[in-house]
Design a protein around this ligand. Sequence first.
Ligand code: ZN
Length: 157
Amino acid sequence: MAGPIDYSTITIYPNPDTVEWWEGTRSGKLLVRKCNSCGYMFFPPYPMCARCNSMDLGWHQSAGTGIVHSYCVIVQPVAAAFVSAVPFVIGLVELDDCRSPDGSLIRIPFAMLDDEDEVAIGLPAGVVFEPMAGSDLVMPRWKLKGTSPRTWQFQEG
Ligand SMILES: [Zn+2]
């Protein structure tokens, strides 16, 4: 299992584009932005639809499950919060229930709870909500959930 992230050293200030998203994670909901004009869904939340330029945006509540599309292993902590966490995996998960009308899928990167030797492209994963010590915010992370007959792992060397 990945080492702990020391959230007490991180300060996050939700902004107008993300405050509802952080309220969602506090309630155990994984939200993605959905354009009310064209239906395009995207993450992270930003103030305008990249497909039709509409600023009429809402939210889609995802079930928080998907398939590991890719991943990388972080070995160098870039902030004090990650000193005890390295090495850890950032998983890019393609959500099962977030497909825009044009067929595009949403892939969301979060730190995974699983170790490098456990993670593989093609494995199913689900969101887990982790309270952030010293804050009232809740951070989503990915956790593997099940197996797949077709997987692929990065190889050293
Ligand atoms: Zn749009």
